[in-house]
Design a protein around this ligand. Structure first.
Ligand SMILES: [Zn+2]
Ligand SMILES: [Zn+2]
Length: 592
């Protein structure tokens, strides 16, 4: 265990220690180290007051300065039960632990049931490098059947500087929160009346989506993909064949009955032909059925079939969040069906495609992290496919990541049951990682659906199937873009690219002429002709983070030009309209 993790976990003990000093009747839950800090769950005798966290934090700092040793002791369960007789959650843990003995750790006047490890002495902690941040409700052991406890969260780092840097980053992240900006910029909202986890896209948000989708389609056509489309629901038998009905139950919704109208059902009439359909959690089985409509020859391969398909996956209500945890989302999906001798080439093309796409959105592709998920060799029975198939696929994925000089980590046991995969994580401006692209082998579906092609010897052979998505999902990717750009999208993605502001009513005619010109060139505009002061209109445009603002008065009318303000750069002066058009058309083309 890394030292900082020991520090974080030890701080959770000190937190519980301080809490008990103030509120001796508190019942203690658990207190692990987590990413960037720690938490501890408590059942308080009375709810915490606003300044309690501050008080507890101050006391923790005092405890740290007392240079208390952490001392380990192994005791019998019988003794432990006596020791924690007033702590029902500790008793619960003791009865669950295997063996006859448990370990306890004592620092100062505080003893906790714990398996460790800890730091040796509280003096190893810099008292200014941690901070209690918030409280939240948390069920004991994460189960809704148990009591809701109060969780106190803390941040902790090796040094106060790291803590400050992280806190600043979080503050910045809060300002960039896509849920906040989504509302401010009028991009989307989640409507309880419609359903949680089902975002509604407003005109400006839908425009961003459209720009991304257009770009995606164009590039897929250039890369020799063909487009397919499939419905949102499919017959239960399809999902039984694919194995989703069985392996994927936890992520799917219960069936819909299709054999009758709602009206008949309401009248209590039994359906004559009851058919069960399922909302699709994936697009693959549909694409397989397209493949299977006729015998395929080795000459037809590879097939690259792409679809932006909306899938539905079960998420608990409490875990839904903005665009990143939703119940319905649109994957930029594609399936590549190919021969053994084509696999390497196809995978390389996908990797190049992924890097090209991210570069086009202005991401630093040298900072992409790749995870190679492999089979757990000790638990082979958890996976479909043959040893030979797995070795081939894992070796080739590794070879390609090395050849493409990608920074990658191998993760044994992280593969899907149907095959190994590469996952790509992008870093945003704040250094946060976002899982986007994925590239996965599938030994399962070709087998289950008996997909074949006729090889050059006239014999039937099984093709390889590769699933891949570049953005992952539109919803997630747009959330990433919103936070990465803090809502100030590059010109080519901006839902509104240019705002037009006439100074007074007598310039309306000229403004109309300019608008016609912009529209002719497919520039997306907002006409600010409401009866407001110029200052107010300019501020509104700036709040909306529109890249360009054109102001026109007497001088501009006379010289057939516009006064240009650029987002983030300010006044660019008076420019001839043709010149302005040329500049922004070039910038849009260059994806600026
Ligand atoms: Zn501990
Ligand atoms: Zn798929």
């Amino acid at each position: 265990m890394e030292n900082i993790e020991k520090v974080r976990h030890s701080l959770s003990h000190i937190l519980a220690q301080a809490v008990l000093e103030f509120f001796p009747k508190t019942k203690l839950g658990m207190g692990p180290a987590i990413e960037n800090g720690f938490y501890y769950d408590f059942q308080f005798p009375t709810p915490l007051q606003e300044n309690d966290l501050e008080k507890i934090e101050k006391r923790m700092k005092e405890i740290i300065l007392q240079n208390e040793k952490f001392e380990k002791e192994e005791i019998s369960k019988i003794k432990a039960k006596k020791l924690f007789a007033n702590q029902p959650y500790k008793l619960d843990l003791i009865s669950e632990l295997p063996g006859k003995t448990v370990t306890i750790y004592t620092n100062g006047n505080f003893t906790d049931l714990c398996k460790g490890p800890h730091i040796k002495n509280t003096k190893e902690i810099n008292p200014n490098s941690f901070h209690l941040t918030k409280i939240a409700g948390a069920y004991w052991k994460g189960s809704e059947k148990n009591k809701m406890l109060t969780r106190i969260y803390g941040l902790a780092f090796e040094t106060p500087e790291e803590l400050t840097a992280y806190s600043k980053m979080m503050e910045e992240a809060e300002k960039r929160d896509h849920r906040v900006l989504g509302e401010k910029l009028d991009l989307f909202h989640i409507d309880e009346k419609v359903g949680l986890g089902l975002p509604l896209w407003h005109p400006r948000g839908a425009m961003i989506w459209r720009q991304i989708e257009d770009f995606w389609y164009q590039e897929h056509i250039k890369n020799d993909y063909e487009l397919v489309r499939s419905p949102h629901i499919g017959n239960r038998t399809l999902w039984e064949t694919s194995g989703h009905w069985g392996f994927y139950n936890a992520s799917m919704y219960p069936p819909i009955e299709i054999g009758q109208a709602l009206e008949e059902k309401q009248k209590g009439i039994k359906a004559k032909e009851s058919e069960e359909y399922l909302l699709k959690p994936m697009n693959c089985p549909f694409h397989v059925q397209i493949y299977k409509t006729k015998p395929r020859s080795y000459r037809e391969l590879p097939m690259r079939w792409a679809e932006c398909g909306t899938v539905y996956r079960f998420e608990k209500k409490g875990e839904l969040s903005g665009l990143t945890r939703v119940r319905g989302f649109t994957q930029d999906d594609a399936h590549i069906i190919c021969r053994t001798d084509q696999v390497e080439d196809e995978l390389k093309k996908v990797v190049d495609f992924i890097l090209f796409i991210f570069k086009s959105f202005g991401f630093d592709i040298d900072n992409i992290e790749v995870f190679l998920s492999l089979r757990d060799p000790k638990n082979k029975e958890k996976y479909t496919g043959t040893d030979r198939g797995w070795k081939f696929a894992e070796d080739i994925l590794r070879k390609i990541t090395i050849e493409k000089k990608l920074k990658f980590t191998e993760e044994k046991g992280e593969a899907a049951f149907y095959g190994p995969k590469l996952d790509f994580k992008l870093k945003d401006v704040l250094g946060r990682k976002w899982q986007c692209s994925t590239l996965q082998f599938d030994f399962n579906l070709p087998e289950r659906f008996n997909m074949t092609y006729i090889n050059n010897q006239g014999a039937e052979e099984r093709p390889y199937m590769i699933h891949r998505a570049l953005f992952g999902s539109y919803e997630r990717f747009i959330a990433l873009l919103i936070e990465h750009f803090a809502g100030a999208f590059p010109l080519w993605l901006s839902p509104i690219q240019v705002a037009v502001i006439p100074i007074s009513e007598k310039h309306l005619g000229y403004a109309q002429k300019i608008i016609e010109e912009l529209k002719k060139n497919n520039i997306r505009i907002d006409f600010k002709n409401e009866n407001e002061t110029l200052g107010k209109k300019i501020r509104a445009v700036e709040m909306q983070k529109i890249p360009y603002l054109l102001v026109m008065g007497d001088k501009e009318v006379k010289t057939e030009s516009v006064s240009v303000r650029e987002r983030g750069k300010g006044d660019l002066g008076v420019i001839k309209i043709d010149e302005f058009l040329e500049k922004i058309k070039k910038d849009i083309k260059d994806k600026k």
